[in-house]
Design a protein around this ligand. Sequence first.
Ligand code: ADP
Length: 476
Amino acid sequence: MPMRIINVAAELAPIAKVGGLADVVYGLSRALISEGQDISVIIPKYSTLKTEYLQGLKQLTDYPSQFEGSEYQNRLWEGVLDGIKVYMIEPRHPRKWFERPSIYNQEDDTERFLYFCRAAFDLIRHKGMAPDVVHLHDWQACALGLLGSTDPATFPRTALTIHNFAHQGICPEGMLNLIGVEGDDVARDLSYPGMANLLKAGIAVCGAVNTVSPTYAEEVLEGHGYGLEEILKKRRDFKGILNGIDFDYWNPETDPLLEANYSLNKLEGRERQRHGLRHIANLEECNRPIIGVITRLVPQKGVELIKQALLDTYEKKAQFVLLGSAPIPEIQREFEMLKESLAGNPHVHIALAYDETLSHQIYGGTDIFLVPSLFEPCGLTQMIALRYGSVPLVRNTGGLADTIIDVDTSGKPLTETNGYVFNNPDPHALKKSLDRALDRWYNQPESWKALQHQGMRQDFSWTQAAKRYLDMYRDI
Ligand code: ADP
């Protein structure tokens, strides 16, 4: 018998994507469908939703939900995304919760996602969906765990995956009354008096809790849990399950967004893709390796290190392509200034945007892929880079440490390595590892190729992780 699993999240790739959460909900759902499970996803119907990717989009009958002691109607939409059943909630509430320019960073994010959770709770009951497991993702879905615990007949099992402990959904305790639950001990924040913490509440009430890589799980327990260490230690089942990437979507052999397709056996296409990237990015044709970065430009991602690496390399030995979306205005300004100061430079391209097509071009056209994060719960970009033949250079943290093995310093044979790793988050350590990579690229081309091919052969697909999630659901 298939298990009926409902994922509840703020993001789903590619229709509502800010970062890795979207890829995970998409990739895990597809992998579980391949395992024969019955999967659906509930997300808000953002006005920015890329509905062109959905098949059979249709509006179902409105249904009511409760908020702030009143009843509001919700438009309900249904569509199919590459086999995944997707329900989208469009609240008919005067605050127009999801008719906003971006998915996050609105002043009333907590209220917006409290409303979403209440509406998802009412949807699951209203439609008689009878889930075996409701799988919540990050703080935005956690209030549904609280609501579900008041109705165990409808919500017999809940699981929570935490994709990043830095975001916890902290709000005044009284705000929980909006959705009709009490802000009691379960939700009370441990650091700020009078505040509730939605992530903490989710950890307390859900039947299983995990994060997205084994090393990040350890780091969180050892002091990087932003105040939630002690409560996590009480949960003996807390663990890290390494994310995968969707091997159909991220496949250089078939990727429609590349200039040229290629595979390990037909690598000529990769050379064409490299030329294509240089063309799009206005980079000079020359015998230099191209370093790529694709990231949200937020402090977690090591923005100062990225800047440093860019300034260090373009003058000398490499070219640099940075694709960064900057939700923080000061960082946006800082990089705009950098971009201006380097305008017309034949070895640097800086794009300050979210750009799916360019991201594929960069994975496929760069030689080295830089991920210097200060912390990284899992990180998907290094896994995508491996598959596309761009050799990752990463900091030794979280999921980066679980996926990238240094060719020089790990003590392992080349056949068991796939990139470069540095420890300390300082420019000196980064520069040393970059110098090692550039040196191999210039002076040991055969060994470079072997390293690149090694990464392209690795299997970071969802197959293994999906099995571990199934085990987790069964264990609840
Ligand atoms: P996070 O979730 O912290 O942003 P991950 O490495 O887990 O980081 O996932 C990032 C995902 O978002 C990848 O699919 C990456 O390609 C994509 N991405 C990040 N920034 C951009 C951008 N500016 N334009 C296009 N895609 C981006």
